[in-house]
Design a protein around this ligand. Structure first.
Ligand code: PMP
Length: 422
């Protein structure tokens, strides 16, 4: 983005204009945790409540029709953003819910639910589920639980010293026993982009399903689920300039069609008797109960906003920010956890300041108005892999400027001296 374009983008984000304690300007470098929201997203959510609020898919009245239209148009926008067909997008409350949906549905299939058709999804003793050591807990715990419930075994691909997933190990770790291969597209700690193609190719060789955690990629890169050829992809609105409380699961149509539901209740059935129920086709089968409708509409607006910026432009801006962030943290006593070359990684940079706890680093930066994240970022195994309990993480988004990153460098440079270290 040119300076002019970037200024125009920033003007869309009202929160970026606020000041902090002592009138300090906000330097927001925590977009990997959650992104700020532009006016079109805020307006879409408010407009829904001001003009269209009604229960969707039910009422026979005009408002219900308008609400349903807005809700379904938003599904189209989200589908367009990731190259899916509209009926392959399931609304969820977020990526965590989307990943649990897949794991619990497969668990239900493993219990015989979903009948004959769903049996090809079933897992049990002797079967394996493969994840990676780089996963956010949201793409690890659902699979641990599925294994515990079904008797399947969890295996994983390790991470090498520079933070890349050891894709080459898929040749031996992913085998004929593997039923599911679940991995993150971009690590929320190292920023490394996982090469999807060789993992999908290996999964196809052995007939395993591929589940992609696309939380950190969808807001920053052009993502086309069909071109990637994954079976499922999960992402959250709040990381892609949308609201909290909503997210989406992409599922390949022929899989969604045979999957038993996870949550059951209203709005997802065809026929209910006291004895039994037949379920609606996807995506409704997976959308039990009242959905976060206004939030879904706003997620659609976020998808439209990104599409209008152009994901190629967004990705190019990200490359410039990645380079700047890596240069900013290139300081004595600062160790980056993850790749330090700018290729195949995004502007999510986690680091350790030798001799200073990440919470103290965060505190010093906060005093200067710089918002970063500290801790294990819901990826304890990955931190353990690097022998650290916690890191400080700076992460960028479409509205991040080189000035934001310069401020980080300026104040990070003083952290070790502040704590009496040279
Ligand atoms: N996966 C990754 C890679 C993430 O970064 C996050 C959010 N930190 C999640 C999953 C979970 O997303 P949510 O909390 O929005 O469900």
């Amino acid at each position: 983005l040119s300076d002019v374009e970037l200024a125009a983008v920033r003007a869309d984000f009202p929160l970026l204009a606020r000041t902090l304690r002592d009138g300090r300007p906000l330097v927001y470098l925590d977009s990997g945790a959650t992104a700020q929201k532009p006016d079109p997203v805020l307006d879409a959510e408010q407009d829904f409540y001001l003009q269209r609020n009604a229960a969707v898919h039910r009422g026979a009245h005009q408002l219900a029709e308008e609400a349903t239209d807005a809700f379904e148009k938003a599904r189209e926008s989200v589908a367009r953003l990731v190259g899916a067909d509209t009926d392959e997008i399931v609304w969820t409350s977020g990526a965590t819910a989307a990943l649990n949906l897949v794991a619990y549905s497969i668990g239900n299939a493993s219990l015989g639910r979903g009948g004959q058709a769903a049996r090809r999804l079933a897992v049990g003793p002797g079967d394996e589920i493969v994840v990676t050591e780089a996963e956010h807990h949201a793409n690890l715990l659902p699979w641990q639980e599925l294994c515990a419930r079904t008797g399947a075994t969890l295996r994983w691909l390790g991470v090498d010293d520079d933070g890349h997933i050891r894709v080459e190990d898929a040749a031996t770790v992913v085998t004929e026993r593997t039923k599911i291969l679940a991995f993150t597209h971009v690590s929320n700690v190292t920023g490394a982009i996982t090469p999807v193609a060789p993992l999908v190719a290996r999964a196809r060789e052995v007939g395993a399903l591929v589940v992609l955690d696309a939380c950190q990629s969808v807001p920053h890169l052009p993502v086309d689920v069909k071109a990637l050829d994954v079976d499922f992809a999960a992402f959250s609105a709040h990381k892609m300039l949308g609201p909290t409380g909503v997210g989406a699961l992409y599922g390949r149509r022929e899989l969604l069609e045979i999957m038993p539901p996870f949550l059951v209740g209203g709005s997802m059935v065809e026929m209910v008797t006291m004895e039994a129920t037949t379920y609606a086709p996807p995506p409704q089968r997976f959308e039990a109960g009242t959905q976060p409708v206004a939030q879904a509409v706003a997620m659609g607006a976020a998808a439209d906003y990104l599409l209008e910026l152009g994901m190629d432009h967004v990705a190019a801006h990200e490359v410039a920010l990645t380079r700047a962030l890596l240069e900013a943290v290139d300081l004595p006593g600062v160790r980056v956890i993850g790749p330090t070359d700018t290729t195949d990684r995004l502007a999510v940079v986690s680091f350790v300041v030798e001799g200073v706890h990440s919470h103290d680093v965060g505190q010093v930066l906060d005093d200067k108005g710089i918002a970063v994240r500290v801790g294990h970022h819901c990826a304890q195994p990955l931190h353990r892999r690097f022998g650290v309990a916690a890191t400080t993480r700076a992460s960028a988004s479409v509205y991040t400027t080189l000035d934001d990153i310069a401020a980080l460098r300026e104040h990070l440079a003083g952290v070790r001296t502040f704590f009496g270290l040279s």
